[in-house]
Design a binder for this molecule. Structure first.
Ligand SMILES: Cc1ncc(COP(=O)(O)O)c(C=O)c1O
Length: 439
C-alpha cells in the first residue's frame, strides 16, 4: 500500500494539461486513503505509525538529511507533525502548482517563512541587499534583527534601474559576503516594481565578477500567484504571506516559500528544527481557500480598477494613485506588462493633507474596515505611516514616499458601487464639499 496520503497528483486528461484552477480541487489528495471522502479530513494527529522499525529508521535518514531529499515524495514518509503531515503537504503541492515552482514549504506565518529563509542562507559576516520599501515587518527583521546577528544590509529604491541594484550589491560586497538579494514587488504600500529581468542581469554580472551568485528571493504576496509568478521568471525563491490572498478571508495566518527542491532543502530542514510548521487545521482552511483564489483575485482586481478610477476622477481633492494601471512612467509600464498579468487589488493613494485629515477620512468610512493586512474578502483601509510602517526609520519611510498623506486600500469582494459610495461620503467629510469644488 502507498504510504503517503498526498500522492494523488494527476495533472492531465490524456494529452490535455489541466489548468491550475482545476487542480486546486483535487491535486495532492487521494480520497482512497480517507474513506473516499471527496475532501481531505483534518489529520489531527501529532505522530504517524511506522509499518516497521526498519521503515522508521529509513524515514529518519531522509528527514534528517543523511539521505538526499529529491522530491516532495521523498520526504521520508510521514513521521511527526512538526516535520510534515497530510494537510500541509496538500497545501504545499497546490501552492507550488499556482506559483509554477518545483516545490513549496508552508509556514505558520508569512514572517515565519521569511525569517526561516533568511536564517537558512545567511550567517554572521554575510550581507543582504534589498529593495525598498518592504513590508514593515520584513524591514525590521532585515534592518534590526539580522544586523544583531551580524548580517549587514544595503537597500535600493529604484527597482526599475539595473545600475541602482548593482550599486547596492557592490556596496554590500565591500561590507561582507553578499549572499542574498531580497525584493518585494510590487512593494507594499506603493506598488513600486522591481524588474525581474534587470535583477537577473545584475546577478549575472555579480556572479561573473565574484564567482558566486547570491540567492534571489521575492516577496510575491501582493500579486502572486494569480497575477505574478516569480520563480518561472528566474527568481530562486518566492515567499508568501498566505494570510493574504491565498488564505483570502482574513481568518488565518500562514506563510509559504516556493522554489526548486534544491533551494528549498535547507529551508525545509530549518522549519522542522525551529518548529515553524503550519498546523493541520489551518492547512485545511487554506486548501479550501485555494479552490477560489483565482476567481477571488480576478473579481477584486476588476473592482479595484473601478475604485481607483473613481479616486482618480474624484471631485474633492487631487490624489496621486499608486495603482499599476495609473502609473504613467513608460519604464514602469514596460516592466509591468512583461512580468505581471494584472494590477491586483491592493493599492494606495496620496493626497496633500496632514495626518489628522487622513484619520478623519478613515474614521468616516462605513463599509471599508480600518485594519492592517490585505487580500481578504472584505475591503480594508490602512494608514501605513502610523501602523505597518511605523517601525521603519523616518528617513527610509520618506525616501519610499510612505508619507502621512498616503493610505492603502485592499479591495475585497463587495460590490464596487457600494465601495465607491462609501469613499464618496468619506472624501466629502474629510476633504470638502463636492458642490464647492465642482462649481
Ligand atoms: C507583503 C507582506 N509580506 C509579508 C507579510 C508578513 O506576513 P504574516 O503577517 O503572514 O506573517 C505581510 C503582512 O502584512 C505583507 O504584507
Amino acid at each position: 500500500m502507498q504510504k503517503k496520503k498526498s500522492s494523488y497528483k494527476k495533472t492531465t486528461i490524456g494529452e490535455h494539461d489541466l489548468k491550475p484552477e482545476s487542480l486546486m480541487m483535487s491535486y495532492g489528495y487521494n480520497p482512497k486513503f480517507s474513506e473516499n471522502a471527496v475532501k481531505p479530513p483534518v489529520f489531527l494527529t501529532s505522530t504517524f505509525v511506522f509499518d516497521s522499525a526498519e521503515e522508521g529508521e529509513e524515514f529518519f535518514h531522509v528527514t534528517s538529511g543523511r539521505k538526499p531529499r529529491t522530491s516532495n515524495d521523498d520526504l521520508g514518509g510521514l513521521i511527526y507533525s512538526r516535520f510534515n503531515h497530510p494537510n500541509v503537504e496538500i497545501v504545499e503541492d497546490r501552492i507550488a502548482v499556482l506559483e509554477g515552482s518545483e516545490g513549496c514549504v508552508a509556514f505558520a506565518s508569512g514572517m515565519g517563512a521569511i525569517s526561516t529563509t533568511l536564517l537558512s542562507y545567511l550567517r554572521p559576516g554575510d550581507t543582504i541587499v534589498h529593495s525598498s520599501p518592504l513590508y514593515g515587518g520584513t524591514e525590521t527583521l532585515i534592518g534590526k534583527v539580522m544586523t544583531e546577528f551580524g548580517v549587514k544590509s544595503h537597500a535600493f529604491t529604484d527597482g526599475l534601474d539595473k545600475d541602482s541594484m548593482l550599486a547596492a550589491m557592490r556596496k554590500a560586497i565591500k561590507d561582507g559576503n553578499l549572499k542574498m538579494v531580497f525584493i518585494e514587488t510590487p512593494a507594499n504600500p506603493t506598488n513600486a516594481l522591481v524588474d525581474f529581468q534587470a535583477l537577473n542581469e545584475a546577478l549575472d554580472i555579480i556572479e561573473s565578477e565574484t564567482g558566486h551568485r547570491p540567492v534571489s528571493v521575492c516577496d510575491n504576496t501582493l500579486m502572486g500567484p494569480i497575477f505574478q509568478q516569480a520563480v518561472p521568471q528566474g527568481i530562486d525563491l518566492a515567499v508568501y504571506s498566505v494570510t493574504k490572498y491565498l488564505g483570502g478571508h482574513s481568518d488565518l495566518v500562514a506563510g509559504a516559500v516556493c522554489g526548486s527542491k534544491e533551494k528549498l532543502a535547507p529551508i525545509w530542514g530549518l522549519r522542522g528544527a525551529m518548529g515553524f510548521n503550519l498546523d493541520p487545521h489551518t492547512s485545511w482552511m487554506i486548501s479550501r481557500s485555494l479552490e477560489t483564489v483565482a476567481i477571488r483575485m480576478d473579481r477584486a482586481n476588476d473592482s479595484a480598477k473601478k475604485v481607483a478610477q473613481w479616486i482618480h476622477d474624484n471631485p474633492y481633492i487631487q490624489a496621486e494613485l499608486h495603482h499599476a494601471d495609473f502609473k504613467t512612467d513608460p519604464k514602469y509600464q514596460a516592466v509591468f506588462k512583461r512580468q505581471c498579468k494584472g494590477a491586483g487589488s491592493t493599492f494606495a493613494f496620496t493626497v496633500d493633507a496632514p495626518k489628522a485629515t487622513m484619520f478623519k477620512f478613515i474614521n468616516a468610512l462605513q463599509l471599508f474596515k480600518s485594519a492592517v493586512s490585505l487580500g481578504g474578502s472584505e475591503s480594508l483601509i490602512c494608514h501605513p505611516a502610523s501602523t505597518t510602517h511605523s517601525g521603519v526609520p523616518a528617513e527610509a519611510r520618506a525616501k519610499a514616499k510612505v508619507t502621512d498623506g498616503l493610505v492603502r486600500l485592499s479591495i475585497g469582494l463587495e460590490h464596487p458601487d457600494d465601495l465607491i459610495a462609501d469613499l464618496d461620503q468619506a472624501f466629502k467629510a474629510a476633504f470638502g464639499n463636492k458642490a464647492d469644488k465642482v462649481a
